[in-house]
Design a protein. Structure first.
Lengths: 400, 80
């Protein structure tokens, strides 16, 4: 039996409300199937399952709001006998989630063997009396806090930090459903960006790239294409970035008590919402997709992102971020890293600039690209190599 | 097709690609992309919509000619 838990769809997600079960007890599911719709700060998300098997029990009810890591359902893995005896999972309405359970849920929500009759609430939480008093006064659930004291004990400082985070992520929610969803996005951004600014020592590198070759190539290829198959420069940015990651994999990583390189290249693509806010769905295995495939992928992804209708895996799997707010009149963007990632690449608008080369000056289409990187994880040398690789890739668009 | 009908169809296409905007706010000489924050992705969808609805073919080099409602209605009438 495996437990299917409320997944974490990013560092900024604390809980989710089950809107609808798409399955019922006894249904068979396979990896990638959507089994529920969950309302989160990032909109209504389709939640996917990562195992094959049969739904045993739906533990939480539609309309219930539960913290990340809470068991939502139990699944009998394919090949295992379905138990005829219905055992009720002892989940209390206000489930206490330990830090370990939360961390496990973030990694692989359902690959946890179920311990018969046990709940995570049995784990003891170490907290100083003063910290406990303040937490209770301020209404902070300290079961989800990681202590910074000796042997992981939660101390006053940890509670103060949690109080600050609560204030930062609090946005008053009123208005229509769409407005509420947008305000939820605002709250999620507030929480993630505050954490980023507090924890990540950012440094910035900038380069400018001559886009003559890339734009000429685009013009030629688009001439031969049907309108609906035309490419945009952003797909070249995505592919050039993915290939540059192959050369400098250190930028494609999480910082979680040390640098953890990712073996997949899932580029988080920042999509701006017109009414304010931004969502960052992932483009999985971007290095394996051709520019045409990336374009097809974006055609499906962007409208769903703007409507705040994304799948759980799309919000939780990105390993590095690309932002291109430059369209319009912005020449440069210096991004804030989305934790626990270690880098964000920002593309400005493509503008015509004076370009000096071989003792001559002429006008060329140029894009300013900035890398914001986590100095705990990478240094200027690696960042420079990454930008150089990107630059070289964009000079050879036909090979992307 | 009268200008008013053309405008109505253009608004429908705009609403389809950007459901959260109100095209009625648009003045004839406003820059459509700037007023509604239409990025290159949405603009491509807009052109696809125009080509489908009006049976025209808009080459990439003409994108710069159709920035306002005025320019767009003239362009569509001359392309048909």
């Amino acid at each position: 039996m495996v437990e299917f838990r409320m997944p974490s769809l990013g560092a900024d997600m604390e809980d989710g409300t089950l809107v609808e079960w798409r399955v019922k007890s006894g249904d068979t599911v396979k990896r990638g199937d959507i089994i529920a719709d969950v309302d989160t700060q990032k909109g209504l998300i389709e939640i996917e399952v990562f195992d094959e098997g049969t739904i045993d029990q739906l533990v939480i009810k539609e309309g219930e709001k539960v913290p990340v890591g809470t068991v939502m359902a139990t699944i009998t893995p394919a090949g295992e006998k379905i138990s005829s005896k219905k055992e009720t999972i002892p989940i209390k309405k206000e489930t206490v989630i330990t830090e370990k359970a939360k961390a496990d849920a973030k990694k692989e929500p359902i690959k946890q063997p179920l311990k018969e009759g046990s709940t995570e609430s049995h784990d003891r939480i170490k907290i100083s009396p003063l910290a406990k008093k303040i937490a209770e006064e301020k209404g902070i659930d300290f079961s989800t806090i990681k202590g910074s004291g000796v042997e992981g004990i939660i101390v006053k400082k940890d509670i103060d930090l949690a109080v600050n985070m609560k204030v930062e992520s609090h946005v008053e929610v009123t208005g229509s459903k769409k407005e509420i969803a947008t305000q939820g996005v605002r709250a999620a951004i507030a929480s993630a960006m505050s954490r980023s600014n507090r924890e990540i020592p950012h440094f910035y590198l900038e380069t400018r790239i001559d886009m003559s070759n890339a734009l000429d190539w685009l013009k030629e290829t688009n001439k031969a294409r049907e309108l609906k198959d035309r490419l945009l420069s952003v797909v070249l940015f995505i592919k050039a970035m993915a290939k540059a990651i192959n050369e400098v994999p250190e930028v494609n990583a999480y910082w979680e008590n040390g640098l953890k390189l990712k073996d997949v290249i899932n580029i988080g693509f920042a999509v701006s919402l017109r009414e304010g806010g931004v969502v960052i769905p992932a483009i999985p295995n971007a290095e394996q997709k051709s520019p045409s495939e990336l374009m097809t992928f974006l055609k499906d992804l962007i409208p769903r992102a703007r409507a705040l209708k994304l799948r759980s895996s799309e919000l939780s799997e990105s390993t590095i971020t690309l932002t291109s707010v430059g369209e319009g009149n912005v020449d440069k963007v210096f991004g804030v890293i989305y934790p626990p990632q270690v880098a964000i690449l920002g593309f400005g608008n493509i503008v015509e600039e004076a370009w000096a080369e071989n003792e001559a000056i002429n006008a060329r289409p140029v894009v300013h690209v900035t890398l914001a990187a986590d100095h705990r994880a990478i240094d200027g040398y690696l960042g420079g190599r990454f930008l150089t690789a990107l630059k070289n890739n964009l000079q050879n668009p036909a090979e992307l | 097709m009268k200008d008013q009908e053309l405008k109505g169809t253009i608004f429908e296409i705009l609403r389809k690609i950007a459901p959260d905007i109100d095209p009625e706010e648009l003045e004839m000489d406003d820059n459509i992309r700037e007023v509604f924050g239409i990025d290159s992705f949405d603009f491509l969808q807009f052109i696809i919509g125009l080509d489908d609805e009006f049976g025209i073919k808009t080459p990439e080099e003409d994108y710069g000619k159709i920035t306002t409602l005025n320019a767009l209605t003239t362009y569509i009438k001359s392309s048909k």
